[in-house]
Design a protein around this ligand. Structure first.
Ligand code: FES
Ligand code: FES
Length: 153
């Protein structure tokens, strides 16, 4: 048994050799974390571990024991969306939304590290997240809208 601390709450799980993505979805019901490629390429399974974006499909659950894990379900508080979630809605930054949890969590890590990220820094940081619907422009607008970088208009 290991203890996983997810969104501030501890859970005892029998993880074996399963990945963090599998345990989050199958045992704990955090199905906002999506499986895309399963091999570390698409970023749909991104969660934050001690504040850093990681691919849940590549990390064993046992490796995350004792760390702070944040999934998309941990962002809303008292029925209010996180400003990044709201920005994605306001800017129409998704179509099917399968990639959205991963993008939002990566963007959160970026803006925590670099609150004034410019467009090129945002593009670089989010380059590990893929959107098959091609919503990149609006994703960039959504994330930029929360950056403290001075805007030209
Ligand atoms: S499902 Fe993990 S990177 Fe694609
Ligand atoms: S909105 Fe469909 S994959 Fe990104």
């Amino acid at each position: 048994m290991i203890v996983l601390r997810v969104n501030g709450i501890e859970h005892e799980v029998e993880a074996g050799t399963r990945t963090l993505l599998e345990v989050l979805r199958e045992d704990l019901g955090f199905v906002g974390t999506k499986e895309g490629c399963g091999i570390g390429v698409c970023g749909t399974c991104t969660v934050l571990v001690d504040g850093k974006p990681i691919s849940g499909c590549l990390m064993l659950a046992a490796q995350a024991a004792g760390k702070e894990i944040l999934t998309i379900e941990g962002l809303e508080h008292d029925g209010r969306l996180h400003p990044l979630q709201q920005a994605f809605i306001d800017h129409g930054a998704f179509q099917c939304a399968y990639c959205t949890p991963g993008f939002v969590l990566s963007a959160l890590a970026l803006l925590t590290e670099n609150p004034s990220a410019n467009e090129s820094e945002i593009q670089d940081y989010l380059s590990g997240n893929l959107c098959r619907c091609g919503s990149y422009k609006n994703i960039l607008r959504a994330v930029s809208s929360l950056s403290l970088e001075p805007k030209s208009n």
